[in-house]
Design a protein around this ligand. Structure first.
Ligand code: BDP
Length: 706
């Protein structure tokens, strides 16, 4: 080899390696190295038919075609020919589903009723090729189980992302509508590759300005960029907008002038965005205005907007994340008490959007009792993809494991209690997908973890959470493991050992964070404000923002008594669960301190008293981070240096953070238990006063400086 060729080759190699910045996500389309596999794809895919009902080339068909050509070309070197045909017959795969397979003449066919169905079929096919699956005899159909599969962006108009850990908001409001960052399309493409079909652009802590014409012009531009990818735009509505931008004196939902204002406003929105999806509303929660300011109910508020949206087929996603300082009820009961009496009182185009747990995206919570409670209203599940309580994008927590816990949870709302734990089939998944109560509307929402960071999500492995959310939104029966494996292969290539290691790291990561932060059902003991790191000692003027409200540590024991002798939040669940969770002996240990105030010397299943078990869980969390570090280290040389180093550094930081969590919490709880650390638990590096004095400044995702 001549020196110049050698130089050129090294340069290309270096460039391609250093280009591993994570921007391409799971859509990499690198050449398949296995020649016989490549040949089999070339054989099957030289000619591909798209069959839709109309047979007309639309912007969606164009992007589907471009994607498929680029994908197959990248993966195999082949330039496929794509033909578009039509079939008048409506097939049974619905508005967004598709069928894949070869027709009688051997031509590979993607068949859908709609153009977006074709696009989803394209991404599905490419995923199969990327993961090395045989398509020779493929014959599958796929339809989404939930209709509206949305991302919720908690993005402000100044581009700050509340609880955002990956840079600024992707939406460049100042430059819109004229300047359109190509990244808008890349975002929509990534969403479409998972079947995500809607995006709520603005923060739930809403700003009414977004509803004014200058901003609506910008919203329209984003909608235009996303439309070919089947991603519809939604906004958050500030309940007091009629006052703030409408010049009215009131926002009372029963005032005819207010209703007229919203009607006109919503009609106006549709002149900008004809396929506008609707609103998410946070009302009478954490200082947001709402119908209760006028003595009205959540139903009055939701129905006001729903009536104005209905002629345009828009929907209202009214959030059930409500609690108030003045309310003396246990915070985890408050939403239930407010919403249960309203069941059945909402318009048809309203869904109640409920966080997975009754408190607030804690590392572990039981499912929200509203899922079992409200049977006459469509319910949406709100998940948090961004890791507010999981170490932002500094730490790793693969959240699909947690989401599966809630999706698969049985609410036992199958009618009269049978008094025993016979599966009722009334899982949260079946409630939100509408099959349990025959609901016509189904919605799932994920609070996004994306931002302007080049790799989209900050932590390179946090991309797996965006991915897993989309995959589960399409099909909640998929397992956390299969999604992890698939993502690892798409993102880090075909080496089985690499895939195995990354999958293992992902799957263990959730429980690891739970162990070193809030094990055994502990909750809400994080630092104030930014929520990063430990704060079991946090005291606030509002009791419900103080840690003690939740952990209830005292000389006798630890944990919140939510049984009949305590707050009785247990009464919000079905009798089967009340019996199971209400008994100290049968309550699953991972929820123990959620439901019980447990004596320090109470013996757990391991044979250890509570105090020792607690300490050992914290230690185990730290140990597990070390194991993840070692496992990651074993990948050196088998993945690109850039992503390797970035994750490695974050694991180093995670180990320091895990130690801080352990030491701070154990020193603090030791003040109550007065017991020594058991054997096997490392002594703390500092004293309690030190941990209490730590102030993290300018933590991401939080507007304050500490
Ligand atoms: C809490 C967050 C806060 C959100 C709120 C919500 O700390 O930033 O505004 O949830 O969901 O977890 O409305």
């Amino acid at each position: 080899m001549s020196y110049l060729r050698y130089l050129a080759l090294t340069l290309t190699l270096t460039l391609s390696l250093s280009a591993e910045d994570g921007y391409r996500l799971w859509l990499r389309y690198d050449l398949i190295t296995d020649e016989s596999l490549r040949a089999s794809y070339v054989h099957s895919l030289s000619r591909i038919n798209f069959i839709t009902r109309s047979g007309v080339v639309s912007p969606t068909i164009s992007v589907a075609r471009e994607e498929l050509i680029a994908g197959i070309n990248g993966l195999t070197g082949l330039k496929s020919e794509i033909a578009l045909g039509s079939s008048v017959a409506q097939s049974n795969f619905g508005a967004e589903g598709f069928a894949l397979g070869r027709n009688a003449t051997g031509t590979f066919t993607i068949h859908a009723n709609t153009d977006v169905g074709i696009l989803y079929g394209v991404f599905d096919l490419l995923r199969r090729i990327q993961t090395g699956q045989s398509i020779e005899t493929l014959n599958v159909t796929s339809t989404p189980k939930i209709q509206q599969r949305l991302l919720n962006h908690w993005d402000d108009l100044n581009r700050f992302v509340e609880r955002g850990y990956a840079g600024f908001s992707l939406w460049e409001w100042f430059n819109l509508p004229t300047v359109r960052n190509p990244r808008y399309r890349d975002y929509a493409r990534a969403c479409a590759s998972l079947g995500i079909n809607g995006t709520v652009l603005t923060n739930v802590n809403a700003n009414a300005l977004i509803l004014t014409p200058p901003y609506l012009t910008k919203v329209a531009a984003l909608a235009e960029e996303f439309r070919p990818y089947g991603v519809r735009v939604y906004l958050t509505a500030r309940f007091s907008a009629p006052i703030e931008i409408g010049g009215l004196k009131t926002a009372d939902p029963l005032d005819p002038a207010v209703a007229a204002w919203w009607k006109a406003k919503i009609d106006e929105i549709y002149t900008y965005v004809p396929d506008f999806g609707g609103f998410v509303v946070k009302a009478n929660s954490e200082g947001q205005p709402g119908p209760q300011d006028y003595g009205r109910t959540h139903a009055d508020g939701a129905n006001l907007l729903a009536d104005a949206l209905a002629p345009h087929a828009g929907i209202v996603m009214w959030r059930a994340f409500v609690y108030a300082a003045e309310n003396t009820q246990d915070r985890v009961k408050q939403a239930y008490r407010e919403f249960m009496p309203l069941d059945g009182k909402f318009r048809d185009n309203v869904v109640i959007q409920i966080k997975n747990g009754p408190l607030d995206f804690m590392p572990r919570e039981p499912f929200s009792p509203l899922f079992g409670g409200m049977t006459r209203t469509p319910l949406a599940l709100e998940l948090q993809i961004t890791q507010e309580y999981f170490g932002g994008s500094t730490q790793l927590a693969y959240l699909a494991s947690m989401w599966k816990e809630v999706l698969d949870a049985d609410t036992f709302n199958a009618g009269p209690a049978r008094g025993e734990l016979v599966e009722s089939g009334a899982t949260v998944a079946r409630i939100i997908d509408g099959t349990r109560h025959n609901q016509h509307l189904s919605v799932i929402a994920g609070v996004a973890n994306t931002g302007t960071d080049r790799n989209w999500t900050g932590h390179p492995l946090a991309q797996a959470n965006w991915y897993a959310y989309g995959r589960l939104a399409w099909d909640h029966t998929l397992s956390a493991e299969s999604i992890a494996r698939e993502w690892a292969q798409l993102t880090y290539g075909p080496n089985p050992a690499t895939i195995q290691t990354i999958t293992k790291i992902l799957l263990g990561s959730l429980e690891t964070v739970v162990n070193y932060s809030m094990p055994l059902g502990l909750h809400h003991i994080m630092a104030e404000g930014h929520h990063y790191g430990p704060g079991p000692w946090v005291e606030h003027a509002r009791p419900d923002w103080s840690s003690r409200y939740y952990h209830q540590a005292d000389p006798l024991g630890l944990g919140a008594n939510r049984g009949v002798t305590g707050s009785n939040a247990l009464e919000t669940y079905a009798p089967e669960l009340r019996a199971l969770w209400g008994n100290l002996e049968t309550c699953p240990e991972n929820l123990l301190l959620w439901f019980h105030h447990v004596p320090w010397d109470h013996q757990l299943k391991s044979g250890h008293p509570l105090w020792d078990e607690l300490c050992l869980h914290y230690q185990q969390g730290v140990d597990e981070v070390r194991v993840m570090q070692q496992e990651w280290a074993s990948l050196k040389g088998s993945i690109d240096a850039e992503r390797f180093a970035e994750v490695q550094a974050r694991f180093r930081r995670q180990e320091l953070d895990a130690r801080d969590w352990r030491d701070a919490c154990l020193l603090y709880f030791q003040e109550f238990s007065k017991r020594p650390l058991p054997t096997g638990v490392e002594p703390p590096a500092h004293d309690l006063a030190y941990y209490k004095s730590v102030k993290l400044r300018y933590a991401p995702g939080h507007p304050g400086d500490k």
